[in-house]
Design a protein around this ligand. Structure first.
Ligand code: NDP
Ligand code: 8X3
Length: 254
């Protein structure tokens, strides 16, 4: 990856941060976006010092179309066209029966996981298509393959990401641009803390009694997907902890 430019959304925590670390260790220069600027700045200093790569950071909320467009225009003019775009920024907000769902939770998930991913892609993909190379990697989920009770809107957004990966592949057919999806099961990150609105005990209980994936496990697969030869397009990878066989079958020790 030496000399390539990788753009990661949601790089201040979890999977995005782990991918940034891994890509930097492979020699890639980075563009990192998230809302928590301090965390990005600390990561930038660490990765530049440890790996001698260039790291550019920006505080961008992917739900804000104008902010996305202006930061993306700056990225394309000042830094260049990314070789890789990792659409990772995303979240679950709440876990409720649809008939009891919270409108703000719904908006947060749809605006981030679907509209945010679309805004970022719309801003960057034309430059990749024009250049004839580039790789968009979307972080989907097992939640985009199988629904679970109370998952409703989160599931819908991740089914939507799956549709967008397929649709983007069709729309860039005939160009050299690749589109992939990496779809994990349970990964221990800040995901559940965010889903349960900061309830630490409830978040920790999600990962009790089994060994979940780590963010580094997912970064490993993303790196595999991103480093295949130009004629190989890995369309979709589903990875789960060994203790989890689908959304429902989880070997949780009491
Ligand atoms: P984390 O909560 O640890 O990280 C989420 C990242 O997304 C943070 O860097 C956060 O940064 C960023 N983010 C959230 N909202 C926005 C926004 N509006 N604008 C910009 N950045 C944003 O969770 P994960 O690492 O687990 O989640 C990453 C992706 O992986 C998500 O798409 C999630 O759906 C998916 N996923 C997670 C699984 C899991 O079990 N953990 C399993 C399958 C998929 P900040 O708050 O600073 O903006
Ligand atoms: C995150 C995995 O099963 O908690 O996408 O929805 S799950």
């Amino acid at each position: 990856m030496k000399g390539s430019l990788a753009f990661v959304t949601g790089a201040s925590a979890g999977i995005g941060e782990a991918v940034a670390r891994r890509f930097a260790s492979e020699g890639a220069d980075l563009v990192l976006w998230a809302r928590r600027e301090r965390r990005l700045a600390d990561l930038r200093t660490e990765l530049q010092d440890d790996h001698g790569v260039k790291v550019h950071t920006a505080r961008v909320d992917v739900r804000d179309r104008e902010a996305v467009n202006s930061a993306a225009a700056k990225l394309l003019s000042d830094i260049g066209t990314p070789d890789i775009l990792l659409n990772n920024a995303g979240l679950a907000s709440g876990l409720s029966f649809i008939q009891e769902g919270d409108y703000e939770d719904w908006d947060r998930m749809i605006d981030t996981n679907l509209k945010g991913l679309l805004y970022v892609t719309r801003a960057i993909l034309p430059a990749m298509v024009e250049r004839g190379t580039g790789h968009v990697i979307n972080i989907g989920s097992t939640a985009g393959h199988q629904v679970y009770p109370k998952g409703n809107v989160y599931n819908a957004t991740k089914f939507g990401v799956k549709a967008l990966t397929e649709g983007m592949n069709l729309d860039v057919a005939g160009t050299g641009v690749r589109v992939s999806s990496v779809d994990p099961g349970f990964v221990e990150t800040e995901f559940s803390l965010v889903r349960f609105h900061g309830d630490e005990a409830r978040a920790e209980s999600v990962y009790e009694g089994f060994e979940p994936l780590s963010a580094a496990d997912v970064a490993d697969v993303v790196t595999f997907v991103a480093t295949r030869p130009a004629h190989v397009n890995v369309h979709d990878v589903v990875l789960l902890p060994t203790a989890q066989r689908n959304v429902y079958v989880l070997d949780r020790k009491a």
